[in-house]
Design a protein around this ligand. Structure first.
Ligand SMILES: [Zn+2]
Length: 111
């Protein structure tokens, strides 16, 4: 890739970047694209799976942020959230106290 082409892609925000730095960027990205292409060529299915796993884990992170427990959640709310969390995400096990509470409630219901 030529310098002018790279500058066009980068846009006017990078106009004051010196040529040497732009050349460095071109070199870096051409290396990077080789790594990506090599990995994909070696094992396309595995590569796509890896990509999907990254996407999934990002979705889970977003879900975590959106589902932060309110500071004064009632026990009912906590249980509901922990059940939802366990369904959608395997990042950590359900706390023992919540598990016990769920078991207690199931036992009460079946009486
Ligand atoms: Zn999680």
């Amino acid at each position: 890739m030529k310098l002018e082409e790279a500058r066009k892609i980068l846009g006017p925000e990078y106009d004051n970047l010196p040529d040497a730095q732009i050349e460095g960027l071109i070199f870096f990205f051409s290396k990077l694209s080789h790594v990506v292409i090599d990995e994909y060529t070696k094992d396309p299915k595995g590569y796509m799976k890896k990509l999907n796993d990254i996407k999934k884990s990002n979705t889970n992170k977003e879900r975590h942020l959106a589902n932060k427990m309110p500071p004064k959640a009632t026990l009912d709310q906590k249980i509901k959230r922990h059940i939802e969390h366990a369904k959608n995400c395997k990042c950590r096990p359900m706390p023992e106290s919540i598990k016990k509470e769920i078991q207690k409630r199931i036992a009460l219901q079946s009486k």
